[in-house]
Ligand binder design. Structure first.
Ligand code: 2RA
Length: 329
């Protein structure tokens, strides 16, 4: 497979290269792509240096797959150009996610809907991916009526500048600010920009993408997305109301049997998911699974995952694996 990684020097792009190597993706030719100022520089893949190509040269090379993590504007401009030469694009930005002609894919849930005709495939938002992976089996059996989610998101989701700001604050040093206020010893209830309805784009992604992936616009969803001074992954407190009565033991069984989900849930032994332990792993970790006694047919749980892996790079690579395994590229 000739594979282009667009945004190869970025935080997600670098994890993408790690994951492609770890999972031994069948690459015969790797084409790292980055901004014009990076063209000609080197990136490492499997301990070997690869020269960064321009977008134009990468398109001309007609790769089989192009995995993008380069922002929405770049995806909107260049994903169609790759598709025109026959490349299948897997895009990590929000550009195509709610496009009615594009599929929004978490492989364990809906990769089976993919066909050879899907030349631009959208990777969902990180906080959406980890949540829907846990919700899908529960929705299938019990039918989710309403979902209330609060997120506690890693600053790696904001980008390198935010990580640097936190490190500077830890060290008591001045430096470039990603936020107009401290990240260290703070909680920032603003992930991405505010919309006129008072919600942020991040919160609306959790609503709209979840309904699209679960293919059910009747699910009532409300979200609050918070940035916290953590780097290992996103955490989410999820409250579910089902249409039907449920059995708590069966909920645990369904989650334990779901590919990509690990249940960590024993308060007696202080066993529950935490980002410091999820970092660098590909699974979605679920714990604090408990009945919500304040309302019928309702459940609380806690979901943690490395937002750069299953929340971005790993999910995208798994889409690529599905395409290869099913001869769709
Ligand atoms: C965030 N979900 O965490 C986004 C990814 N950039 O801000």
């Amino acid at each position: 497979m000739r594979v282009a990684v667009v945004g190869a020097t970025g935080m997600v792009g670098q994890v993408m290269l790690q994951v492609l190597a770890e999972r031994n993706f069948p690459i015969t030719e790797l084409i790292p792509v980055a901004s014009p100022r990076s063209v000609g520089k080197q990136v490492l893949y499997k301990q070997k240096e690869y020269t960064i190509s321009s977008m134009e040269d990468a398109i001309a090379a007609k790769p089989d797959i192009a995995i993008f993590s380069a922002g929405g504007d770049t995806s909107l401009e260049f994903a169609p150009k790759f598709a025109e030469v026959g490349t299948t694009v897997i895009d990590n930005s929000s550009a195509w996610r709610m496009d009615l002609t594009k599929k929004l894919v978490v492989p364990e849930i809906n990769a089976n809907a993919l066909t050879k005709n899907d030349k631009i495939i959208a990777n969902p938002n990180c906080s959406t991916i980890q949540m829907v992976l846990a919700l899908a089996p529960l929705h299938k059996k019990y039918g989710i009526k309403r979902l209330v989610v609060s997120t506690y998101q890693s600053i790696t989701g904001t980008g390198v500048k935010a990580v640097q700001q936190l490190e500077n604050e830890y060290a008591g040093e001045k430096g470039e600010m990603a936020y107009p206020y401290p990240i260290h010893r703070n909680a920032i209830p603003a992930c991405d920009v505010f919309q006129e309805n008072g919600y942020t784009k991040e919160e609306l992604k959790l609503v709209n993408e979840t309904q699209k992936i679960l293919d059910d616009r009747t699910i009532a969803i409300t979200a609050t997305a918070v940035r916290i001074p953590v780097v290992g992954g996103h955490s989410e407190s999820v409250n579910l109301e089902f249409h039907n009565e449920y059995d708590l033991t069966d909920i645990r069984k369904l989650l334990s049997e779901t590919d990509g989900v690990t249940v960590q849930d024993n308060p007696d032994t202080n066993t529950y998911p935490m980002p410091i332990y999820a970092e660098g792993k590909n699974d979605v970790f679920v714990g604090r699974i408990r009945r919500d006694h304040s309302q019928e047919n309702s459940l609380n749980m806690w979901i943690v995952s490395d937002n750069l892996r299953k929340g971005a790079a790993t999910n995208a690579v798994q889409i690529g694996e599905y395409l290869v395994e099913n001869n769709l590229v």
